[in-house]
Design a protein around this ligand. Sequence first.
Ligand SMILES: C[S@@+](CC[C@H](N)C(=O)[O-])C[C@H]1O[C@@H](n2cnc3c(N)ncnc32)[C@H](O)[C@@H]1O
Length: 184
Amino acid sequence: MGCHGGFSLDDATRRSWYNPEAILQNLQAGMVFMDIGCGDGFFTILAAKKVGSNGKVYAVDTDASAIERLKQKAKTEDLKNITAKAGKAEDTVFCTQCADFVFYSMDLHDFADPAKVLQNAKQMIKPNGRLIDLDWKKIDMPFGPPVSIRFSEEKAAGLMRSAGFTVADVRDAGPYHYAVTAKP
Ligand SMILES: C[S@@+](CC[C@H](N)C(=O)[O-])C[C@H]1O[C@@H](n2cnc3c(N)ncnc32)[C@H](O)[C@@H]1O
């Protein structure tokens, strides 16, 4: 799990940063959730449990080994509502106007072309869907990615507006992260 700024990210560490259930609080049974840059699927698995057998979760990451770990976790948890693939978010539109939520967890700043990834989200999201961008605050702290590559809330919101989204909410998600919510 080398993507997390040079330290191993276990579930307890993540839960000491923010409450993942609160971040997914509006995700309901039967909904469609897209985890873009899903890593090994911490949020993918949580979302799959929340949307249940009548819902669907799509997940993509460039790291094929992370996708394999995610698939193993899904198998262990007997979750059959996840479609996960190795690939670039820039090349991924899973389906059109089909997503209740498109979600980026700590990765919008990692994408080679975040504007293209957001355009893809605009295509995937339902007219009443929501985009959620959880990411690192652009402030010094002893862990996480270098401050120089982080996006401020203002930068993330600006990218979303440029892709045609309306920013609906910007809030803290614990001491180290923020969450920006946008609608199409
Ligand atoms: C900091 S990790 C976050 C992983 C996951 N969202 C989580 O919360 O555990 C960033 C992830 O983005 C993925 N990534 C980077 N660039 C990508 C791209 N262009 N398309 C898809 N995934 C990408 C990396 O492989 C990595 O798994």
